[in-house]
Write a protein of this length. Sequence first.
Length: 146
Amino acid sequence: MKRHLTLFSAIILNGFVFGQISAPRTTPSKPKEIENISTATICHDFPDHKAYFPDGKEGFTKKIENVITLESVKLKKGEKIFKAILNFIVERDGTISGIQVSGTNEKFNNAIKLATKQIKGKWVPAKENGNVVRSTMQIPIVINSH
């Protein structure tokens, strides 16, 4: 009888020990700071489809020429042309940011930057693998002084 009782209690205890249901394992969730990191900081230099202005680069340059004021800008003797390189970022919503102008005449560079900020209208953003992305643009600006 003791033997049966020992065997019976061993079977019952095994049922309790090995019959426990383990909770399903879940992967830890990411902290809120990591979840909200935006990929908008990536700026593509060579996307599949480049950004473009609806009137084209020439149309954009013409708008700059129409808006720019050159009263305070002076040319050096013998020069007849203002030259600069305009660099900016076309954002995913078509707006522009990060405007930088490089050229030999600092006042002309500032006038180009100010004129670019005043232009109305949005760019059509670039696309990479079918997704709208930020992209860099570089436009040479040449204006005759007369």
